[in-house]
Design a protein. Structure first.
Length: 275
């Protein structure tokens, strides 16, 4: 009898918890919280807009049709269909506030976490670890801004970095796998003005503000390209970043022709030398 009473009590407790959770979810003032969140973030260096906000269990929120932009200069950093965010409880015992992220954007999906100096200062982030899959690079505003429509394709991979308070990346790495895309050359190469590739891979590391391109491999029907070297970023102008790359290019056909190449100049105006 006592065991039966304990069992019934347990079920009543579980039922009470379930009902409480359901009511919290249904009665959650999503529109009010969304407006306050947007006002709080818009008071910093960011602008946040979304169509709706709901609870995301266990301790997070779910935003739909999200646009995150910088205010000066005005650039769209992120635009996605769904964004789930959850503050890590370990943040209360750490220097940075960590926010878990998961969502859908640009035809693909992503997940990871970002570390910010405080919720009142979310940008620029101090740390980021992010995995992404099947992202349509042509739909990313920052890619279009820096490269125009020169690069297309689907991207999957991971990025991991830490940065100073100014936003300057001090350490990290990135790995990107590209599928079924094109890259328009700044100047024609042996009569080729656009590279159509079946697959590609980019591996790079960040150190003291510079980018070490450890591997850039492109495989296409007309040519293959293998490069490595260094990129020195220009301040607030990726197109002006200095290039110091070298590698080989394979021209495919009846007879494969292999050439050594060095690339200097800038991203917007590269200088090719062939050996």
């Amino acid at each position: 009898m006592r065991a039966l009473l304990k069992k019934k009590t347990l079920w009543f407790v579980l039922y009470g918890i379930f009902i409480t959770v359901v009511f919290l979810y249904l009665l959650f003032p999503g529109e009010l919280v969304k407006n306050r969140l947007e006002r709080a973030i818009n008071s910093s260096q960011l602008s946040l807009r979304s169509s709706s906000l709901h609870l995301s269990f266990p301790l997070g929120i779910k935003l739909k049709n999200v646009v995150v932009s910088t205010t000066s200069p005005a650039d769209v950093l992120f635009q996605g269909e769904v964004l789930k965010a959850q503050i890590a409880l370990s943040s209360f015992f750490r220097k940075l506030t960590y926010i878990g992220l998961k969502g859908k954007a640009y035809g693909g999906s992503f997940g990871g976490n970002v570390g910010v100096f405080s919720l009142n200062r979310p940008y620029p982030p101090a740390e980021m670890k992010l995995n992404f899959k099947n992202i349509d690079v042509r739909r990313i505003s920052l890619v279009r801004k820096e490269l125009g429509d020169d690069l297309t394709g689907k991207a999957s991979g991971a990025i991991n970095y830490s940065a100073e308070a100014s936003g300057r990346i001090t350490a990290g790495d990135v790995q990107v796998f590209l599928d079924e895309g094109t890259y328009s050359l700044a100047e024609p190469f042996l009569g080729i003005d656009k590279i159509d590739f079946d697959k590609g891979e980019i591996r790079a590391s960040f150190s003291s503000g510079d980018i070490k391109l450890e591997r850039l491999e492109i495989y296409g029907q007309r040519l293959n390209c293998f490069l490595s070297g260094n990129i020195i970023p220009a301040t607030n102008n990726f197109q002006g970043s200095r290039l110091n790359l070298n590698g080989t290019i394979e021209l495919l056909g009846k007879d494969t022709i292999t050439m050594k190449v060095t690339i200097g100049g800038t991203v917007s105006n590269p200088v090719f030398k062939y050996i």
